[in-house]
Ligand binder design. Structure first.
Ligand code: SF4
Ligand code: SF4
Length: 135
């Protein structure tokens, strides 16, 4: 695995686990390392985390999702392939859109680190941790 991919996985894992109970956090980090770039394994981890995760507001009232800077995007589709939640869609002209923003996993930023153009951004995580807790 390249240094860039490792850095991206580490950043995504950190964002998702920042306010988890220690035991769950250790489990998620270990499974994420073992999963590497396997989309099915990553999807299973997200499902497991989702089962334990609770939000203080309905998801569609929390504006946590990616934005694409169309001036920077080169339509490489990496984000489309990477996201296991189907947040992105391919448009007829080959551009990528955020079509299911509320499917985005709260505090995940995995696709951001994968974008070679730096075209994906998220709101400040600090403002969003208050919406997430675990059972
Ligand atoms: S990874 Fe970045 S450059 Fe590639 S399609 Fe997605 S936003 Fe555009
Ligand atoms: S769109 Fe959301 S859920 Fe999908 S990879 Fe990006 S941050 Fe994660």
């Amino acid at each position: 695995m390249s240094h860039e991919k490792k850095r991206s996985l580490k950043a995504a894992s950190w964002a998702m686990t920042a306010n988890m109970p220690l035991k769950l956090k250790a489990e998620v980090i270990l499974k994420t390392i073992l999963a590497g770039n396997d989309p099915q394994k990553r999807s299973k981890i997200m499902h497991m985390v989702g089962e334990r995760r609770r939000l203080t507001q309905p998801r569609d009232r929390i504006d946590w999702f990616p934005s694409i800077d169309t001036n920077l995007c080169k339509k490489c589709r990496i984000c489309l392939s990477f996201c296991p939640k189907g947040v992105y869609s391919l448009e007829e002209d080959g551009s990528i859109s955020v079509t299911d923003p509320y499917e985005c996993v709260m505090l995940c930023t995995g696709c951001q680190g994968r974008c070679p153009e730096g075209a994906i951004s998220f709101p400040d995580k600090e403002d969003f941790y208050r919406y997430v807790y675990y059972v």
